[in-house]
Design a protein around this ligand. Sequence first.
Ligand code: TRP
Length: 338
Amino acid sequence: MERKIVLSGMRATGRMHLGNYFGAVRNWVELQEQYDCYYFVADWHALTTDYGDPSEIVANSLEVAADGIAAGLDPERSVLFLQSAVPAHAELHLLFSMFTPLGWLERVPTYKDQIKQLTNKELATYGFLGYPVLQAADILIYRGEGVPVGEDQASHLELSREIARRFNSYYGDTFPEPKALFTPAAKVPGLDGRKMSKSYGNTIDIADSPDTIRAKCKSMFTDPQRIRRDDPGHPETCNLFQFHRLLSPPEIQERVARECRLAQIGCVDDKALIADQIIAFLEPMRKKREELMRDRGDLLAILREGSRRASERAEETMEAVRDAMSLNYDRILEADRS
Ligand code: TRP
């Protein structure tokens, strides 16, 4: 029996962090058991914000790929590849851009948010507005059933469905409507208590050394109502405690929550404890990652082989798309002959 197809992409703007891992990648790893998975590094998407200085994108893409494999993505079982190594994504993006109304793109909430948040960058560009159109092409070109993403991608998935519907209504049934497979409740706070995100500079990365993790944990924001050491704490609202929820065994969670409420454990001690949990959790990934980064030629070879496999399926879709849109020059010759 043919397995269903799942696909997803990771933006190559920097190394993978705990927010990426718990928000998405952990789920990608599990899905490999049940689906044919296509996972890629969205290196062109990185250009939508980093076009002014693209010099890091290639190195970042390899880092992200190494992070993903270290986290459990398996190139034997899944197709792991680079977006830019499958140029058909760009062709489909162009075709979609012809019939995607501007209003749909201007309404996407991530578009408005990012323009507000990233004030140091000029984001009133054609490419940035079209970010979700490229994402729709990434998704639809594999005619996948499910797209495992974090909740923040909901509006992009909705737009992909709208684009599929519009294509199908103009040119005939070609694309199934993709469904988002949301990762069950795993919001990871950053060091400053906002959502963990590379653009906020508040991340703990898969590749961080134990020393870096300890230093970062020391800088974490804690319960703002607990000012002095002997004030009682509020683990339910403190962002430190979120990390225990994600990483610590239940005994530690219970003990810390109790001692925090009674002011028996201080925030400084708790930060050290959290650092230990994170370090232990990341240790096997860090080892695997180091091994992969030792020879980037081998790593690139894995991604090139994945890109070749991805291209096969992408090309099948493009044949169907060119037919549906009457852009197939061979067809006119066939008509001449008959
Ligand atoms: N926009 C996604 C993110 O920021 C990355 C991405 C690009 C993606 N293309 C995709 C995710 C296709 C899923 C499917 O996380």
